[in-house]
Design a protein around this ligand. Structure first.
Ligand code: ADP
Ligand code: MG
Length: 267
């Protein structure tokens, strides 16, 4: 056998061995990139270590990207909004350093909470989704729903025998639960009780990000019970960043600015 034929044979053998190993290790990217990177490595004179690192880096990058995409999908965000798309100039009361600090996600491993308060249209849901996406990128499982949505889920679970405990335990795997629009709909006593159990179960165990149009002083109206509201606020704000957003609704403001630029008023 000639030297070229034996080299082709052994490279075919290596190819099928690598394909088999990549399948066994569940690392499909390695199967895809090893050959092309080997050519680059030969052309550019990489060491064995450099080649191995390049192959593994591609695999890890793909795995992280797939993991992030799956986490974003399973979080059920109502839309895709990013922190990068949030214009802090429209929200002078929001300190940029606080937003940057929250965006680095150190609050999630500490099981701290974030509370966003403010009138409609100031960007609470946008920030909640943006921070949720950052959490997904940082590798944390996230779940998003409105306050009414969470209460519906808990009510359904409660109707099954032992279902509430099971559901509350199941939710612990989400390192960040986002509860949007607390306060738009008042809760009856049962709903308030279920919601309280959810908040209590997260205390120092997992992060909550809550948005509300009502200041804490008015949370008694949501739960029709000042004592429950006070007990809830107490647990929530013990380890929390509370951001009060204000100003004009972004929707009205951008519409007004658009009208002013397309319809200039002559003095
Ligand atoms: P809220 O939840 O406080 O009622 P939203 O987050 O739904 O308000 O914001 C309303 C709309 O305005 C959304 O489309 C959001 O993306 C946009 N928006 C609000 N604030 C900003 C901002 N500072 N920069 C960019 N877009 C913003
Ligand atoms: Mg909103």
């Amino acid at each position: 056998m000639s030297a070229t034929a034996s080299r082709t044979n052994s490279s075919e053998k290596i190819g099928s061995t690598l394909a088999h190993l990549a399948r066994a290790m569940k690392t499909p990217t390695i199967a895809k990139v090893w050959e092309q990177l080997a050519t680059t490595a030969r052309d550019e004179g990489w060491s064995h270590e450099e080649y191995l690192a390049a192959v593994l880096q591609r695999q890890v990058a793909d795995r992280e990207a797939n993991g992030t995409a799956l986490r974003i999908q399973s979080a059920r965000f109502p839309s895709r909004k990013t922190i990068e798309d949030f214009n802090p100039d429209y929200q002078p009361s929001l300190r940029r350093d606080v937003l940057a600090h929250l965006s680095n996600m150190s609050f999630v491993p500490k099981a701290d909470n974030v509370i966003l308060l403010g009138p409609p249209g100031v960007g609470k849901t946008h920030l909640a989704i943006g921070l949720g996406i950052k959490a997904c990128q940082a590798g944390h499982p996230v779940a998003f729903d409105t306050a009414a949505g969470w209460v519906n889920r808990l009510t359904e679970a409660h109707q099954r025998h032992g279902g509430l405990d099971h559901e509350i335990k199941r939710l612990k795997r989400y390192k960040l639960l986002i509860i949007d629009e607390l306060g738009y709909l008042p809760f009856d006593a049962d709903a308030a009780n279920l919601f309280f159990q959810l908040v209590a179960s997260r205390y120092e165990q997992g992060s909550l990000l809550i948005t509300s149009n009502l200041a804490f002083s008015r949370w008694g109206e949501i739960f029709a019970d000042d004592t429950i509201a006070a007990a809830m606020i107490d647990r929530l704000i013990h380890h929390a960043e509370v951001l009060a957003l204000d100003g004009e609704s972004y929707r009205t403001r951008t519409r007004r600015e658009l009208l002013e630029t397309t319809n200039p008023t002559t003095p």
